[in-house]
Ligand binder design. Structure first.
Ligand code: BGC
Ligand code: ZN
Length: 370
C-alpha cells in the first residue's frame, strides 16, 4: 500500500513509498483493529519534520511515515475486540506508552521518560497511508454525524487538554472565575483554542501577525472572539488598556512570545505553553520583573503536550457542542482538502506557504468511506 514518509533529519525528504499492508494479527492477544484511513490533516509539527528539525524513525527503519491527525473507518476487528466494530468512524490517539510509571497507567501524555513514542512523529509510523492497525485502547469513536469534522479531533484534543489542566491547576484557588483569555498565534491550534475558550464562555482575544482584515480575523469575529494584529496592538498594550488576561495560551511557535505572555497574565492567572520550538533561539528577558510579577501575583506557567484518551473523548464532545453553538464554523478552518495521497507535494507546499496561500487546516482525503 502507499504511504507518505520522510527521512528524519533530512530537509525536504518527503516521498511516496510502498509499504506492506498491516494485519489485524500484528497486535497481540487478537486485539487488532484494521482501520481504513479516510482523511489525514497536517500541522506545524509536520512542517518541522519536513524541515528535518524534528521527528525520528522507528527502530530498524530509515524512514518515518508521517501523519498524526487521522480519521478512518474500522474495516476488521480481532475476536477479542469489543470496544469498536466494523463500520465505526474512529480517530487514533498519537502517543503510545513507553516503560515509565505514568505510561503503564495509560497516561503517556504525561510521561516522565526522556523518550516518547508518537505515531507519525517520533519512533512510530503514522497514519499518512491507506491502512493502519491499532489496539482499540487507542481508538476513539466519532459519531457518524461528526464525520466531516472527525479529522479535527486530534488538534482539538490539544486545546481541550490545555483547558482542562488549567482548571485542574486552578483548583488551588478554591474558587476561580476566569473571564478574559488570550491566545498568541492564529495557526490551527490558536484558532481551535480560541474556539474552545468561547465554548467555555470566556471573553477571548487572539494576537497574531496577520493584518486585521485577514480571513482568520473574520472567522474569529464569527465566534465573538477579538482579533488583534500584534504588530499594531501587541498583547501587553491591550492588557494595559483593557485589563490583564486570566489565561494566556502561547500557541505561536515563536518562543520569545512567552515573555509577552508573562507580562499580560493577571494575578492568580495562568500562562499555558504549547508550542514545540525545535530551533535554538535566545533573547534577553527582564527576569527579575517576571519573577516578581509571578511571585507577588501568585501566577502559574505550565507546559502541555499531547493528549490522553480522555482528552480525545472530551474533544469529540466539544466538537458536538461546537457544532450546535457555532454551526458550520469549524468546517471553515479546513481551507484546503486535497484528493488522494498522491497530492502530498501540494500538501507540503501549502503547509510551507500557509501565509501566502491562506491555508489553515490542510486535509488530505485518502479514501471515500463507501
Ligand atoms: C501533536 C502532539 C504531539 C506534539 C509533540 C503535536 O503536533 O499534536 O500529539 O505530542 O506535536 O510531538
Ligand atoms: Zn499536531
Amino acid at each position: 500500500m502507499k504511504a507518505i514518509a520522510v527521512k528524519p533529519g533530512q530537509k525536504n525528504s518527503v516521498h511516496l513509498r510502498d509499504v506492506p499492508k498491516p494485519k489485524v494479527s500484528d497486535i497481540p492477544n487478537v486485539r487488532g483493529v484494521l482501520v481504513k484511513v479516510l482523511k489525514v490533516a497536517l500541522d506545524g509539527t509536520d512542517r518541522d519534520i519536513d524541515k528535518g528539525e524534528y521527528g525520528n524513525a522507528p527502530a530498524g527503519d530509515d524512514y518515518l511515515i508521517i501523519g498524526h491527525e487521522s480519521f478512518g473507518i474500522v474495516e476488521e476487528v480481532g475476536p477479542n475486540v469489543k470496544e469498536v466494530k466494523k463500520g465505526d468512524f474512529v480517530v487514533a490517539t498519537v502517543r503510545r506508552p513507553g516503560k515509565g510509571f505514568y505510561d503503564t497507567l495509560g497516561m503517556q501524555d504525561l510521561t516522565s521518560d526522556d523518550v516518547y513514542y508518537e505515531r507519525g512523529i517520533n519512533l512510530l509510523h503514522g497514519f499518512f497511508t491507506e491502512y493502519y492497525v491499532e489496539a482499540p485502547d487507542y481508538l476513539v469513536v466519532v459519531p457518524d454525524e461528526f464525520a466531516e469534522l472527525g479529522v479535527m479531533t486530534e488538534p482539538v484534543s490539544i486545546a481541550t487538554k490545555a483547558f482542562e489542566h488549567t482548571i485542574d491547576i486552578q483548583r488551588r484557588m478554591g474558587i476561580w472565575r476566569p473571564k478574559r483569555a488570550a491566545v498568541i498565534g492564529a495557526g490551527p491550534l490558536g484558532m481551535l483554542t480560541a474556539w474552545k475558550f468561547r465554548l467555555e464562555r470566556l471573553d477571548t482575544s487572539v494576537f497574531s501577525l496577520e493584518p486585521p482584515d485577514h480571513f482568520k480575523a473574520k472567522l474569529l469575529g464569527e465566534i465573538d472572539a477579538h482579533y488583534y494584529c500584534a504588530t499594531q496592538d501587541p498583547i501587553q498594550k491591550i492588557a494595559d488598556k483593557l485589563g490583564d488576561f486570566d489565561i494566556v495560551m502561547e500557541a505561536s511557535g515563536y518562543a520569545p512570545n512567552v515573555v509577552d505572555a508573562c507580562h499580560a497574565v493577571s494575578k492568580n492567572g495562568v500562562v499555558i505553553l504549547s508550542s514545540v520550538t525545535p530551533k535554538e533561539m535566545k533573547v534577553e528577558v527582564p527576569v527579575s520583573q517576571i519573577n516578581m510579577d509571578f511571585v507577588l501575583g501568585n501566577k502559574i506557567m505550565f507546559g502541555t503536550v499531547n493528549a490522553s484518551y480522555h482528552h480525545f473523548s472530551l474533544s469529540v464532545k466539544d466538537i458536538g457542542y461546537g457544532m450546535q453553538l457555532y454551526t458550520g464554523w469549524m468546517e471553515k478552518l479546513i481551507t484546503h482538502t486535497l484528493n488522494g495521497l498522491d497530492q502530498y507535494e501540494k500538501a507540503m507546499y501549502l503547509l510551507n506557504n500557509s501565509g501566502k496561500e491562506n491555508a489553515l487546516k490542510i486535509v488530505i482525503k485518502v479514501a471515500d468511506h463507501k
